[in-house]
Design a protein around this ligand. Structure first.
Ligand code: URA
Length: 486
């Protein structure tokens, strides 16, 4: 029987950075999971791992533990769970992976894997609920500024994990999200993570909610008075006690974890792209309950780049087994208001038929809903959307797929693969099955293939014929994947 030798104190909530730091040291010393007790912030002045008498201190400079990506992703979600055993369970997982069971997450019957999968699923469900059901109210700050405020009660410690989602979605608004486990504040440039809030008064009445907000703003939180440079330093809590402003810090703002901060800095450094406040604000206020409602919103919104005749909506049955996502409507699609009716669409329809997929049974849509072009005389030449434009339209695409709920999402070309995976994908190298998403919304079984317009550009000949056969083979494989999955 092992005697507990280390006690690791992490901060309240989801302390991913603290957990990683402790894990490095524990792995470097080969500490067994049953030699550690973990606690989440019950003694805030003791930050880090405390060896009991006779145990070696954990090395501060232990190297990172190389882990397979699915394990890293799982850690990222499971630390957000409320289960007090989460860190111990993750330590057991990591210990086994480090010992050589690198594919242990594939062993679904393993009790540890099962337990972690349940925690992972609960956190993802919570993330999804927060993404989908959070509602902003428009309020006035005492200085007259316009702000959107939302109250949400998540089941788990997911507030920081949702920050990138809300920043991306509502980048052009000033907003605050209050929850009983922490708060987020976005001022169009930087994000701050604040302390837990209590339920605002008058949640059910706009006028009383606005008053409640003003009181909260004046008494607890005023971003204008917070020094952003000081906030940016990640200051371990053990130092707070020595600072003159110590009493204020816990109530004020703790900086976002490094990964969120890095994202914000990258966002701030990027040139401001054209950002249709109207459309984004409309997204903020509306939460479509059906595909038809979503389509009404898309139809009513202005194109990101002016010039398109109309929005081109997805087409096909809700519940289709396969969804096919293209880049954006072309010239003909823009005029007719239907996806894939021009030359590339006709080629796609033929290839689907050859692969044994009935076009009418699939759901066809695009990453971007409006045609973007440059005029050359009477011709309108297609222009690929930028990554920023893809990102802007992504919210709609994710909602749309959420309503259709296909078993497989086939992406045609690099733009669609970017929209689904959130990263740039080399279609020729990564062609084939790909799991998209992984966090909350946007988690799909996928299949990456070329765009049919690529085939239209190839000079006629054996090379083009082979490329066509390969495309059909991809679609056939996608069909088999769906059939195989039931
Ligand atoms: N290309 C696409 O990606 N989508 C269409 O709807 C038409 C052509």
């Amino acid at each position: 029987m092992h005697r507990p030798m280390y006690r690791v104190e992490l901060r309240d909530g989801a302390d991913l950075d603290g957990f990683r730091r402790a894990l490095r040291g524990l792995v470097a010393l080969g500490v067994e999971p049953d030699e550690v007790t973990w606690s989440g912030g019950s003694a805030p002045s003791l930050f880090g791992a405390i060896p009991e008498a006779g145990a070696a201190p954990l090395p501060a400079d232990a190297p990172p533990v190389p882990l397979p990506r699915p394990v890293g992703d799982l850690i990222g979600t499971v630390v957000c769970h409320r289960d007090p055993e989460r860190y111990a369970l993750l330590h057991r997982l990591v210990r086994r992976v480090v010992r050589g069971e690198r594919d242990m997450l594939d062993h679904h019957a393993d009790p540890l894997v099962q337990r972690l999968a349940m925690l992972d699923k609960a956190v993802r469900r919570d993330l999804h609920k927060m993404h989908a059901f959070l509602r902003f109210r428009e309020v006035r700050d005492p200085d007259g500024g316009e702000r959107y405020v939302a109250w949400f009660e998540p089941d788990h410690f997911i507030v920081e994990a949702t920050a990138p989602f809300f920043v991306e979605r509502f980048e052009s608004l000033v907003w605050t999200i209050l929850t009983p486990v922490g708060s987020l504040h976005w001022d169009r440039r930087s994000l701050t993570v604040g302390p837990a809030a209590s339920r605002p008064e008058g949640l059910d009445r706009d006028d009383r909610f606005a008053e409640g907000w003003q009181r909260y703003y004046e008494s607890t939180f005023n971003p204008a008075r917070v020094n952003p440079t000081a906030m940016r330093a990640e200051m371990p809590r053990k130092y707070w006690a020595n600072l003159p402003e110590a009493a204020a810090i816990p109530r004020m703002i703790r900086s976002a974890p490094a990964r969120v901060q890095a994202m914000i800095e990258a966002e701030a450094a990027a040139p401001r792209r054209r950002n249709p406040d109207k459309a984004v604000a409309a997204m903020a206020r509306q939460e479509p309950a059906t595909l038809a409602e979503l389509n009404r919103i898309i139809r009513a919104a202005d194109p990101l780049v002016p010039g398109a005749t109309q929005a081109v909506l997805g087409e096909g049955p809700v519940g289709a087994a396969i969804a096919i996502v293209g880049e954006q409507p072309g010239d003909q699609e823009d005029l007719e208001g239907r996806p894939f009716v021009g030359p590339a669409g006709q080629l796609l329809t033929r290839a689907l038929e050859e692969a044994g997929i009935e076009r009418g049974a699939a759901y066809l849509t695009n990453a971007v809903k409006h045609f973007k072009f440059v005029a050359r005389g009477k011709r309108r030449l297609h222009q690929s959307p930028t990554a920023g434009e893809v990102k802007h339209y992504r919210w709609w695409l994710m909602k749309e797929l959420g309503f259709v709920r296909p078993r497989l999402v086939v992406t045609l070309g690099a733009t669609a693969a970017l929209a689904l995976s959130g990263r740039s994908v080399s279609v020729l190298r990564e062609r084939g099955p790909m799991r998209f998403g992984q966090t909350g919304e946007g988690d799909w079984e996928g299949f990456v293939t070329i765009h049919p317009s690529y085939l239209l550009r190839l000079p006629a000949g054996e090379g083009a014929e082979q490329a066509h056969r390969d495309f059909v083979a991809d679609l056939r494989r996608a069909r088999e994947m769906v059939e195989g999955a039931g």
